[in-house]
Each structure stands twice: as C-alpha cells, then as structure tokens.
Design a protein around this ligand. Structure first.
Ligand code: ATP
Ligand code: MG
Length: 403
C-alpha cells in the first residue's frame, strides 16, 4: 500500500495566545485552504499544535516540496515539513523513514531526531533515535551519520496515535494568520517600500486594503497596473484583500496652481491621507499604513511627517520607519515585489514636483495654504469615483453598504 504523504505545518506564536488559540488555528487553516486552491490535498486536520495536510495518493515528492514552499510564505507558519504519516509500529516506521530519506535527491550525511509527544508509545525518543538511525544506516550504507550540521535531519514525531516522519523541512515566515488583527488601509504606491510595509503588517495578522493614488488624467495609468501586479503577488500568500484606485491628477494640478510650490508634496500627502482615512471609515479599518522610512526622502522628515499626520485622526503605522533602504530592498526581493516595483511609472508623486520641496514644513503655514481650497468637496468627488479591485483573502468581509 502506498504510504500517506503529508505536509506538517508548525506554528509557535499561536501557541502563546491562550484563549485565542482555537480562533488563530482556525484562521490559519482557512488561510492555508484558500492559498492551496486546487493543490493535490485530500484533507486538512489539526493535530496537537500542528496542522497536517494529507496529500493525494498520487502526489510526488516534487509536488510536496512545491507545496512546502507555498505554505512557508503564509503568515502564521513557523515551519513546514513534508514526509509521511504511518502507524506506531517499529518495522513500519523503519520503512517509512527509509522512504522519506530516499526522496531527498542529494545528501551525504544525516541524523535522526525523534520526539515523542505522547507516552502511549512505549519507546522513548533516545531509543527511537538509535533504532531508526540503525535502520537507515543499514539501508544507506554509503551515507554517514553526522550529529552536527548534517545535510539532512530525519524527524520522527510520535503524536496522537500516529507517527510522522519527514526529511524535508523549511522555515516559514512566522507572524500571525491574516485576519486575526482586523483591517488596515495601506497607502500603496508602485514603489519599493509600500508593498513591503503592507506585507509586514499582514504578517502580523492585519487584513490589508490598499489605496493607490494615480495621477490620472494628468498621467497614464501605468502605476495602477503595477500596483495590481503587486497585489497579485501579495495575494499568493493571502496577504491582500482589496485595492481602491483613486485618480487624483486633477486635484494635484489645482493644488499646484493655487498653493505655494514648496508645500505641494506635503499638501498632496495630506490629501492622500484624508482620502485613505475616508476609505478606512467605510471599510471599518482601524489604522493607516505607509512605507515611510525616516529621512529617506524630503517628505519623510519628522517635521513633514508631523504635518501629514495632523490631517487624520486614525493611527498611521509605519512598519519601515527604522529600516534602511538596502534592508527594504532585500525584503522586497524575498516577497517577490521588487522587480515590479523597479519598473518606472509616473504616479501622482512624480506629477508637479516642485524644484525645492519644503523639508521642514510648519503646520500653521500648511493649514493656511489649505484655507482657500475646497478640499472636502474634492475628497467627496474622489470618493465618488474610486475604482475597486478584489483579491482572494478569506478573512476579508466587504463593507455592507457597497452598491
Ligand atoms: P514607496 O517606495 O512606497 O513609493 P517612497 O520611498 O517612494 O515610498 P514617498 O514617495 O515619500 O516614498 O511615499 C511615502 C509613502 O506614501 C509610500 O510608502 C506610500 O505609503 C505613500 N504613497 C506615496 N505615493 C503614493 C501613491 N501614489 N499612492 C498611494 N500611496 C502613496
Ligand atoms: Mg514612491
């Protein structure tokens, strides 16, 4: 009979969440199911601090490894392993361990690491290490046992009446399942930083709803397509729910015509924050998120951050505020958004840029510059022509009042 292939999903932080634990586990299972879509999985079961994905009988080792890589990117996953489930019978366990190790394409050294979670099995971990180790040595006589840094660790876990044996395991992204922390509205340009900020906040359990400000009709819509591409990348691991596109080129032109040139960037930002807050109110989101990093560009000085923040009452989360650009780039590469973000696209930020932007704006001066502008009416107009794109995020519930 073919052995039962399984993927074991390990999580740790969830284990610390006391009473919320069941809720967190349930959300993680839902998120994994949604991400896996039509992958060859027969069923999913929670077992003692792990989630077990039972693969279809015809699944191959390569398919299992692909599954492992996909699941490792889902927030809340600390580690994913693939191997087999078998009976708690020593002979069967030996054969299963041999099969798990035979799956691994290239290795010279290995060791066995056994763990017994339930003492209803009479053989303890130390004995299991020796017994399974000896069986593998007999089967792989040209390979060596190495206790420190072997090429492969064969794990043997005795849990709740069964035994799980695997030789392939990767570290997951950690964090908490998306949907356990409520909604946020993330201001998403097509640049490098805001997708990383969005990803970081999703990794802590928030459901990100993006707002992208395009310079249309004064610019092309290229940036809108790039942000949609970025959203699709984040969607792969369930980290993006919905994107609102707000064309604000016309209002930027009006601001450029009527306000002092040096304050334009701060005024655009205040305008964007206000619209994002309106979207947040509509969606029931409890915070805004930006990709700002202190001092990175002119608009990201403390003075300018103070002036933009003052336009809204919701907390503005800035997951990248203390990160260097090189760190952000590395993370963008890891999550798969860097290449998209590196493409050139005129968005509302490149539109009507002043020659000498104010780097230390003063709030009273900024408010004075806004006095004559019909900002609230403009915001109403923008809210009336928002465009919406939806993505697959199982914990997301759209607002009830959508027409
Ligand atoms: P990014 O790489 O995210 O574009 P940046 O280094 O270019 O950031 P800024 O242009 O100053 O920095 O933008 C700071 C933040 O303001 C962005 O991270 C994003 O959260 C928000 N933002 C800027 N432009 C837009 C836009 N066109 N639409 C939505 N949000 C924007
Ligand atoms: Mg930018």
């Amino acid at each position: 009979m073919a052995l039962q292939r399984v993927c074991l999903v390990h999580y740790h932080e969830i284990g610390l969440k006391g009473k919320n634990r069941a809720h967190f586990e349930k959300q993680l299972v839902t998120n994994i199911k949604a991400v896996l879509g039509d992958a060859p999985i027969a069923r999913i079961q929670r077992i003692s601090g792990r989630i077990c994905l039972f693969e279809d009988v015809e699944a191959t080792y390569e398919q299992s490894c692909e599954l492992v890589d996909l699941v490792a990117g889902i927030p809340g996953v600390a580690r994913v392993s693939c191997g087999y489930r078998c009976e708690q019978d020593l002979e069967v366990m030996y054969d299963t361990a041999i099969q798990a190790l035979s799956d691994v394409p290239h290795f010279e050294t290995f060791k066995v690491q056994a763990r017994r979670n339930h003492t209803d099995f009479e053989i303890d971990s130390m004995q299991l290490n020796q017994l399974v180790g000896a069986a593998l040595c007999r089967a792989f006589q040209d390979k060596k046992v190495l206790m420190k840094n072997p090429d492969v660790e064969v794990r043997v876990e005795v849990i709740q009446g069964h035994c799980y044996i695997y030789a392939h395991s990767v570290v997951g992204v950690g964090g908490l399942p998306v949907g356990t922390a409520g909604k946020v509205v993330s201001l998403m340009s097509s640049g490098i930083d805001s997708p990383v900020a969005t990803w970081r906040i999703a990794r802590r359990g928030a459901i990100p709803i993006g707002v992208h400000f395009s310079g249309r009709p004064e610019t092309l819509d290229t940036s809108e397509f790039l942000v949609d591409d970025i959203a699709h990348v984040l969607e792969r691991t369930g980290c993006f729910a919905r994107l609102y596109i707000a064309p604000i080129g016309e209002y930027q032109r009006r601001i450029a015509e009527e306000a002092p040139a040096s304050l334009r960037i701060v005024l655009y930002r205040r305008f964007m924050y206000r619209i994002a807050q309106r979207v947040a109110e509509f969606e029931g989101a409890k915070a805004l998120v930006t990709g700002e990093s202190l001092g990175q560009v002119a608009s990201q000085t403390l003075d300018n951050i103070l002036c933009t923040n003052a336009a809204v009452t919701l907390p503005v989360l800035r997951p990248l505020i203390g990160s260097d650009k090189v760190e952000i780039i590395e993370e963008a590469e890891a999550i798969g958004t860097f290449e998209i973000s590196s493409q050139d696209a005129p968005d509302c930020c490149t539109l009507y840029m002043p020659r000498n932007p104010e780097t230390h704006a003063k709030l009273p001066v900024v408010m004075k510059a806004e006095e004559g502008l019909p900002i609230d009416a403009w915001i109403d107009e923008v809210m009336d022509c928002l465009e919406v794109h939806d993505y697959r995020c199982p914990s997301y519930r759209p607002p009830k009042t959508v027409d």
